[in-house]
Ligand binder design. Structure first.
Ligand code: SAM
Length: 344
């Protein structure tokens, strides 16, 4: 009976393929929406399989395009899909699929960077954060590359506070990223790709490279290879630290990655207490001032961030004015260069 129900759910009424829909509606890919479509059913099926079992799951799909992946989500047993797409031209094509699966596909014309994903998930899918078992919810998407970094940063922040969609539990994220960016996410200490993104992601997620697509798998072809990455939120982060503190520290340190960490991290502090604070930071973290950003483990970064928090919240009336300005509002002066702390 279960098998029959699964087959009945997975079989879609005959509908034109995603490639046919693009032809029917004369929809050229637009660069402004970073459109590189996956149209070959073998490729879309592979991408969805990277998410693991999605049978009876609620899936949030980022940027469904003409619906090639969306169709596979239903073929692999998704109960419901909420698809958020910014390009209005694609809606007539997507509507054909929505009609075929009736109430199971909901389409939203919106920008995923501002769309409140949590508003479309119903409570029945929620699971406690501490459950070993993940909630039956997935975030999946062949992401537009031009927004993949800000989107990822938003999801890390929300995971760190268990807010946004992550208030429903440890929702796994299965997405495409440029292979080089995917490499940065998983890079260990001493690897050249190691950077701020590696530390931030690894502190809150278990990350796997699930598959590499050649750029030729996409229409139009992408100039680079594309990695399918899976990020599963950890029950407990490697280090209990706020996103902002870890972000400030790693942003500063990796900007001047070739300088000894003692020199760089000293810039976190006001001139008057710089050397005293920097010495305290490093000695409490048991780090040599000559260590480099590339050599530190996530745990060491976390410890530095905890001690840094400790130091800056300590009441010091003479420096209150300086510390009242959060480092997020500050622009750090690094030698001759200025970096804006909001850049990635
Ligand atoms: N999923 C489709 C596929 O694999 O064929 C399309 C993938 S394409 C790389 C990215 C999709 O995201 C496009 O359909 C694009 O219009 C959409 N998109 C771009 N920016 C977006 C945004 N800010 N919010 C939601 N969708 C967006």
């Amino acid at each position: 009976y279960l098998i029959m129900t699964f087959i009945a759910k997975s079989l879609l009424p005959p509908t034109p393929s995603a490639a046919d829909l693009l032809r029917m509606y004369k929809l050229p890919a637009l660069r402004k929406f970073a459109q590189n479509f996956l149209l070959d059913p073998k490729a879309t099926s592979k991408l969805v399989a990277c998410a693991g079992k999605i049978e009876n799951h609620f899936v949030i799909e980022v940027g469904p395009g003409p619906g090639g992946i969306t169709r596979q989500l239903f073929a692999q047993g998704a109960a419901k899909v909420a698809a958020i797409e910014k390009d209005v031209r694609l809606f007539p094509a997507l509507q054909i699929l929505a009609d075929a699966v009736e109430q199971r596909l909901k389409l939203y014309l919106d920008d995923i960077l501002t769309f409140p994903i949590e508003s479309v998930i119903s409570e029945e899918y929620a699971r406690p954060w501490t459950d070993e078992k993940l909630p039956p919810i997935d975030i999946i998407g062949n992401l537009p590359f031009n927004i993949s970094l800000p989107l990822l940063v938003q999801w890390i922040k929300q995971t760190s506070t268990q807010t946004g969609p992550f208030k429903f539990g440890r929702i796994p994220i299965t997405i495409t990223l440029q292979e080089e960016v995917g490499g940065r996410l998983v890079a260990d200490a001493l690897m050249l790709q190691r950077g701020r993104l590696s530390i931030l992601c690894q502190n809150w997620f278990n990350i796997k490279v699930k598959h590499i697509f050649s750029g030729r798998a996409f229409v139009p072809a992408a100039k680079i290879n594309v990695a399918v990455m899976q990020l599963v939120p950890l029950i407990k982060p490697l280090v209990d630290v706020s996103y902002n503190r870890l972000d400030e520290l790693t942003k500063l340190a990796f900007h001047t990655r070739n300088k000894p960490i003692g020199q760089t991290l000293a810039l976190l502090f006001p001139l008057e207490t710089r050397s005293e604070n920097a010495d305290e930071l490093l000695s409490r973290a048991k780090l040599d001032s000559k260590s480099h950003a590339l050599t530190l483990t996530v745990e060491e970064w976390g410890l530095l961030a905890q001690i840094y928090s400790d130091i800056i919240v300590r009441p010091r009336p003479e420096h209150e004015k300086i510390f009242q300005k959060t480092t997020h509002e500050l622009t750090f002066k690094l030698g001759e260069t200025f970096i804006n702390s909001n850049s990635i």
